[in-house]
Design a protein around this ligand. Structure first.
Ligand code: NAD
Length: 281
């Protein structure tokens, strides 16, 4: 069994981005990311702080806009409009979930597609479908980067994704399809999930339930990618029962230290891509 180390792979992505950001800077071009957070969600605050830290380490200018819980839709849209028009800002990210009274899709729609480094805008979602895209949602993008780094060829493989969210499951399935995988996306209504998963050469779990994927669901020699971030008794665990699954796999990502670090690295990559595009590089 090979452990796919997200810390090492994300470090190599960040190194690459850092070098390119420095080259742009020599040409008088800065790279800037604006992160908007509304309210006091503790997990969101940690994510935003980590994004800011990553920007600083790579020479990317980061601007944080922390808005109060009672921010109106109008106020939020006004800020996005300002950032859309701010030349020093290449990427805009609005940390989700938003407080209930705000219309998440309307907020996503308001971000200029060229600055939508999360790739959630319908235009970018459509481009992923067509296979002609600049930005990919960071978590699936990070997984593809890991597979490539590990020389895991997808072509002709049976790929099963558990979870059909817009930010992980659906784009993940599409990216594997673009690499010529034969893809099945499973969800809460899938019948006989275990036997579907058992067919997978590449199994991606993005469910949000601790130890959901058990050894009997995994084919001998499969590659298992664990996207889940679950907190159990204060400890981070994935969606895969790592202890019992690991010996059946040819390769597996741990939690923590697997997919998690890749997500931020790919956000940095998307921000760099946005800066290059906007400056015609
Ligand atoms: P989500 O809640 O939006 O989607 C979960 C999906 O799991 C749904 O599509 C649902 O149909 C499916 N599901 C639920 N119960 C199921 C069952 N019994 N059988 C089969 N499918 C079932 O979650 P999400 O945003 O896609 O995130 C999934 C997990 O990945 C969460 O733990 C989240 O914290 C984690 N996550 C990690 C990263 C990272 O950087 N590592 C990024 C995003 C999300």
């Amino acid at each position: 069994m090979r452990l796919i180390d997200g810390k090492i792979i994300s470090a190599s992505v960040k190194e690459r981005v850092k070098d390119e950001v420095a080259i742009l800077k020599e040409q008088g071009i800065t790279t800037g990311l604006a992160v908007i957070i509304v309210g006091e969600d503790p997990a969101s605050k940690v994510y935003v702080a980590n994004k800011k830290k990553a920007c600083e380490a790579l020479g990317i200018i980061s601007e944080e806009y922390a808005l109060p819980e009672n921010t109106t839709q109008e106020e939020l849209l006004k800020l996005i409009d300002e950032l859309n028009n701010k030349a020093s800002i290449n990427g805009i990210l609005c940390q989700l979930p938003l407080p209930k009274h705000l219309d998440e899709q309307a907020v996503i729609n308001a971000i200029l597609p060229e600055k939508d480094v999360d790739a959630f805008h319908p235009q970018n979602v459509g481009k992923i479908m067509l296979g002609d895209y600049d930005f990919v949602p960071c978590t699936p993008a990070g997984i593809m980067e890991m597979l490539q780094y590990e020389n895991i060829d997808i072509s002709g493989k049976t790929c099963v994704v558990i979870g059909r969210s817009n930010i992980v499951g659906k784009p993940m399935g599409m990216l594997l399809l673009h690499k010529n995988g034969t893809v099945t996306i499973c969800h809460s209504r899938t019948k006989d999930l275990a036997s579907v998963c058992k067919e997978a050469d590449v199994l991606v779990a993005a469910v949000g339930r601790p130890n959901f994927v058990t050894a009997d669901m995994v084919k001998e020699g499969a590659v298992v990618i664990d996207v889940g971030i679950n907190r159990v008794d204060g400890k981070l665990v994935g969606d895969v029962d790592f202890q019992n699954v690991k010996d059946k796999c040819s390769a597996i990502t741990p939690v923590p230290g697997g997919v998690g670090p890749m997500t931020i690295a790919m956000l940095m990559q998307n921000t760099l891509t946005a800066a290059k595009k906007q400056n015609k590089r």
